[in-house]
Design a protein around this ligand. Structure first.
Ligand code: CP
Ligand code: NVA
Length: 313
C-alpha cells in the first residue's frame, strides 16, 4: 500500500490488516499503552474544505504515534494562488513524510501522489471519503461481530460517502443497498467498481430509488447530509428532491430489530434523519467519529511505519 486514495485500490487482505491494526491501536489506547510507531515522522495536512473530525483525529493521531502533524490551509499556501499541484507535491516531498489532503477534485489528490515521492491520504474529495468508510466498517464490525453477510442500507444522496461505502462494503463482503432519488444516484463508475470487487468477495449490491426496499431487514441504516460541501447553493432544491428520504422512525422500523443507525457527521437533524433516530438508542454516530482516530492511525502506520506495524503485536 503506497497511498490511501480510494478503497478501490486496496486488496481484501490489506483491508483486513488495516481493520485489525485499528482495533489493536484502539485497545492499546484504552489500556493506556503508548504506541510511538511513527517517532519523528511528519504528516502535512492540506485543507481546502472545512473539517472537525478529519483535522482533529489526524492531528491527535500523529501525536499519539510519536510524530508531528502540520496543518496547512490551502488558502495560505502558494497552491491557493495558482502554484501547480505537481510542484507543490515535489516541494512537500522534500520536507515531510506524508500528505493528507481534503479538497474538491479527486484528480488533485492523484496529482499529489503521482508527482510527489511520499504517501498521500485522501481526507475527502467530491468523489470519495475512504477514511470515513474505513472507520465505518470498523464500527459495523464492532456492533455486529462480523462484516460478512451483514446488510448496510444507505439512504439519501449518492455522494462521496456513498461511493466509498460501496467500495468498502464490496471489499468486506458486506451487502449494501443504496437508495437515492434517480437524479442524485451514485456515479456509475463507482457502482461498477464495487460490483467488480463484489464478484470476488460475494457481497450483494442493490441500487434503488426506494428507501423502504433498501432498509428492509438491514443491520445498519446509514445516511449523510443532502447538501455536501460546495453545494450550498442547491440547498432548497435538494430539500425538495430528498423529501421521502429522511431516516425517521417509520423507515428505521423496517430494518432488523437490532439494527444500528450510522452517519459520518456533521448531521442535520430534521433533514436527512429525524432527531429521535440520531439521538436514539440505535445510534452509533459517535463511535464512528471515534473510530476515525483509530482507523486513520492504522493507515498512517501501514504507510509510514514499515515493520513497526508489527512490532507491538
Ligand atoms: N465526517 C467527517 O469527515 O467530518 P469532518 O468534515 O468534520 O472532518
Ligand atoms: N458528504 C459530506 C461529508 C462530510 C464529512 C460532504 O462532502 O460535505
Amino acid at each position: 500500500m503506497k497511498h490511501f486514495i480510494s478503497l478501490n485500490d486496496i486488496s481484501e487482505g490489506e483491508l483486513r490488516e488495516l481493520l485489525d491494526l485499528a482495533q489493536r491501536l484502539k485497545a492499546e489506547r484504552k489500556e493506556g499503552r503508548p504506541h510511538p510507531l511513527l517517532k519523528g515522522k511528519t504528516l502535512g495536512m492540506i485543507f481546502t474544505k472545512s473539517s472537525t473530525r478529519t483535522r482533529v483525529s489526524f492531528e491527535a493521531g500523529m501525536y499519539q504515534l510519536g510524530g508531528y502533524p502540520l496543518v496547512m490551509n490551502a488558502g495560505d499556501l502558494q497552491l491557493g494562488r495558482g502554484e501547480p499541484i505537481g510542484d507543490t507535491a515535489r516541494v512537500l516531498s522534500r520536507y515531510i513524510d506524508a500528505i493528507m489532503i481534503r479538497t474538491y477534485s479527486q484528480s488533485d489528490v492523484e496529482g499529489l501522489a503521482s508527482h510527489g515521492s511520499i504517501p498521500v491520504i485522501n481526507g475527502l474529495t467530491d468523489e470519495m471519503h475512504p477514511c470515513q468508510a474505513l472507520a465505518d466498517l470498523m464500527t459495523l464490525r464492532e456492533a455486529k461481530g462480523t462484516l460478512k453477510g451483514v446488510k448496510l442500507a444507505y439512504v439519501g444522496d449518492g455522494n462521496n460517502v456513498a461511493h466509498s461505502l460501496l467500495h468498502a462494503c464490496a471489499l468486506a463482503g458486506t451487502d449494501i443497498a443504496v437508495a437515492t432519488p434517480a437524479a442524485f444516484a451514485c456515479k456509475r463508475q463507482y457502482v461498477d467498481e464495487a460490483m467488480a470487487i463484489a464478484s470476488r468477495t460475494g457481497a450483494g449490491i442493490t441500487i434503488t430509488d426506494d428507501p423502504a426496499e433498501a432498509v428492509a431487514r438491514a443491520d445498519a441504516v446509514y445516511t449523510d447530509t443532502w447538501v455536501s460541501m460546495g453545494m450550498e447553493e442547491e440547498k432548497a432544491e435538494r430539500a425538495k428532491a430528498f423529501k421521502g428520504y429522511q431516516v425517521d422512525g417509520k423507515l428505521f422500523a423496517l430494518a432488523k430489530p437490532d439494527a444500528i443507525f450510522m452517519h459520518c457527521l456533521p448531521v442535520y437533524r430534521g433533514f436527512e434523519a429525524s432527531d429521535d433516530i440520531v439521538d436514539g438508542p440505535a445510534s452509533r454516530i459517535f463511535d464512528e467519529a471515534e473510530n476515525r482516530l483509530h482507523a486513520q492511525k492504522a493507515v498512517l502506520v501501514k504507510l509510514l511505519g514499515g515493520s513497526g506495524a508489527q512490532c507491538q503485536a
